[in-house]
Design a protein around this ligand. Structure first.
Ligand SMILES: Cc1ncc(COP(=O)(O)O)c(C=O)c1O
Length: 393
């Protein structure tokens, strides 16, 4: 990484007072404001400089009327997917929605009926549970297994549940919070299984640009047979720290599925984009390569630092180093405290805000998720604080 880029990422930027959820809503969520914010999944890094410039230039125009997607947006995204992931998509497969969670809801509402069951692999990102609940679909969970070699899917359990009438699976790939980058073999097996039982896979790939140590993301649509029953959800918002701009893509090769999702977007009157979201996504996909490489390297270094710290100073906290995502899933059950007591220790003694594991399902009891997309100084301080809090119990 160039030195200039390292200092860009290393320099803390004060986010307080910008209405940001991560730093300005600590009091609301944790009951106090004086915490290091290591929770909400956005980054404390400034985005790609060209994105900022494009937004400033457009803002300077001072007229922000109804808009279409920015010119070349689909080509820019297809270019990114090809350059970075080796996936060829046709531009007419891409539709836009305000966010990936919104897209999940559009898929559930348009592709399943009230009698259908939806499967998710817990522990998993909280809104996956909400997707079934909000639309009154039956929720089926297939818990991930944590074994000697890390986290894996339970294919026997998946098959048994698919056979009982699951209509849709919402896949998290890479997986938040356990940090797995599913291998091509695992994903192909899953796609084949889903095809056999007529299950639609909605693959949430919002974290796909964050992979480490040669673990390469396989995009769902790159798999054999995936064009029939798979939907890929993705967004530049996670990759380039643009979540507040609310923009994302739904990529579907099957024209029937695409048409049904398109109808759901029309019914929700969600077909025209936010000017700034569209410009930011287009610019990031065109010019974000160097920035992205540097951020991934920086996060990997933060991860390695954390793993080493835990090994040497806090061996009672368990973790499987993540292969992807900037989120680390930490097992505090070894402390012998209740979930609530660990939360209180983190907040009131260590003064750090981590996402609490129950947001990811009951399997998250005693677990907490730490966000590593932040200047190193915050990671160091968080770990020191946790260590001091535990040692002074
Ligand atoms: C797996 C996953 N999907 C979706 C989202 C949110 O996406 P959006 O803000 O586009 O709705 C997140 C944010 O943390 C996430 O981790």
């Amino acid at each position: 990484m160039r030195q200039e880029m390292r200092s860009y990422l290393d320099t803390p930027v004060d986010r307080r007072g910008t209405n940001c959820e991560k730093w300005d809503m600590l009091g609301q969520h944790f009951g106090r404001d004086d915490l290091l914010a290591m929770w909400v999944a956005d980054m404390d890094f400034r985005t790609v400089p060209q994105v900022r410039d494009a937004l400033v230039e457009r803002a300077d125009h001072a007229i922000y009327g109804y808009t279409d997607n920015s010119a070349g947006e689909r080509e820019a995204e297809a270019g990114w997917l090809w350059r970075r992931h080796g996936l060829k998509v046709k531009t007419d497969w891409i539709q836009y929605s305000p966010g990936v969670v919104d897209s999940i809801f559009f898929c559930v509402s348009s592709l399943t009926g009230p009698e259908d069951a939806i499967l998710i692999q817990s522990p998993v990102y909280g809104p996956f549970f909400r997707a079934a609940k909000l639309f009154e679909r039956k929720l089926v969970t297939s818990p991930l297994i944590c074994g000697e070699s890390g986290w894996r899917m339970d294919f026997d359990d998946l098959e048994a549940k698919f056979a009982q009438g699951v209509r849709m699976m919402i896949l998290c790939s890479p997986h938040n919070p356990v940090g797995r980058v599913w291998t091509r073999e695992e994903l192909q097996r899953l796609v084949d299984l889903a095809a056999r039982y007529n299950v639609i896979i909605v693959s949430d790939e919002i974290h796909a640009d964050f992979t480490f140590d040669g673990h390469r993301q396989t995009r769902i649509l790159a798999l054999d047979g995936a064009e029939r029953n798979c939907i890929m959800l993705t967004s530049a918002t996670k990759s380039f720290n643009l979540a507040g701009l609310r923009h994302s893509s739904i990529i579907v090769s099957n024209p029937d599925l695409r048409g049904r999702i398109s109808n759901a977007l029309i019914r929700a009157h969600a077909t025209s984009p936010n000017i700034f979201g569209s410009i930011a996504q287009t610019t990031a996909y065109r010019f974000g390569d160097e920035w992205m490489d540097a951020v991934v390297e920086y996060i990997r270094e933060n991860r390695d630092y954390t793993v080493e710290f835990l090994r040497e100073r806090l061996p009672e906290i368990g973790c499987v180093p993540q292969e992807g995502t900037y989120l680390m899933w930490l097992d505090f059950t070894g402390l012998g405290l209740s979930h609530e007591d660990v939360l209180s220790l983190l907040v009131n003694k260590a003064h750090v805000a981590l996402n609490e594991g129950l947001f990811f399902g009951e399997e998250g009891r005693g677990w907490f998720r730490m966000n590593l997309a932040t200047p190193r100084v915050n990671v160091e301080k968080t770990l020191e604080n946790i260590s001091n809090a535990i040692r002074s119990r």
